[in-house]
Write a protein of this length. Sequence first.
Length: 317
Amino acid sequence: TLDVEPNNTCNYECPHCQVTHWSKPVASLDEASFLRLLRQLPHLARVKLQGMGEPLLNKNLLRMLQLGEERGISMRFTTNGSVYTEALAAGLLGLKDTVITVSIDGATAEVFEQIRVGGKFQKVIANITRLCGARGGTRNPRIDLWTVVTSKNLHQLCDLVSLSKRLGADGITLQVFVSDWGKQSMAPTTHSIRLDSRNQALLEALDRAAHLARSEKVELRVFGSNLLSKKKPCPWPWTSAYIAANGDVVPCCILADSDTVKMGNVFEQDFTAIWNSPTYQHFRQRIRSHDLPEYCRNCYADSPPNQVRSEQLKILQ
C-alpha cells in the first residue's frame, strides 16, 4: 500500500494542519510521473491518492485514479468536498474500484467552519448530496465520511452519524487521534483540541454514536492511531510508505513531510532500493526495538506525551 500525494496545496487553512503553517515549494504530481512510479511497483495492491493538499485541486487526479484501476490497483482518496463539477462527478462515477472519502468535522456550519477554516459547510453538504445521489441508488463508487474527533466537535458525534445517513454516504469513520505531524511546533495547537483516550466524555460520546449507528444501520468505524505500544508496534514501516508530490519518500501518512524524515526520492532512485536501504532498515529496527524516534512518539500510547491506557477504545474498533 502506498500513500501518493497528488499536490501539497490546499484551499483550506485548518489550524491543526501542517500545510497551513509550512512554506514549502508548490508541488503537483503529473500523469507521467505517476506512471513512472507505478512502473517501479508492478505488484502494488492499493494506492491512496492523497496527501497534505486537497487532491481535487490537481487536474490530473481523475486520470491517475483511472490509470491505477487499469493496472488492477484498488484506489482511494480523501477530499474536503469543496470541489465539484458535473464533469468531475461523471468521471468519478465511472470508476470501478475507488473509494472516495470526504472529510467533515462538524454537523453544523458553526462547528464545521470553525475547524475547517476557509470551507463552507452548506457547499460541502450540497456537493456530497449531489455525488451520492448521482449514483442512482448504487454503492459505486463507495463514498464515506471521515471526522477527526476533537474537543470542538465531540458534542456532535451522533449528529454526524445521522448526517452520514441523510446524505446517503456508505459509512463514517470517527478518528479519535489528532496528529502533531511529528513536529514540536505543532504540538501546542494539536494538543489543545485532542482528547485523551481516558476522557470519559469521549468514551460516552463514542458509545452513544455506536448505539445510534447500530439502530440506524449506519456503518461506523473508529480509528485511533495512538493505540500503538511496545507490544503492538507500528506495522507501516514494513507494509506501506508515503510519497510526496515531489517524489520524497516518508515512512507514513501521519508524518507526511520529508522535512521531518526522508528515506529517499523515487524520481532519483528506484523505490525498491530506497525500501531496502540501510536508512530504512535502521528505522525499522528502531521501531522493532521500541527505540522510537521523537517524531513517532505521538502515535504511541505508552510513550511521552501520551502514556495513557487505551484498552477502552479497542472495543470500539
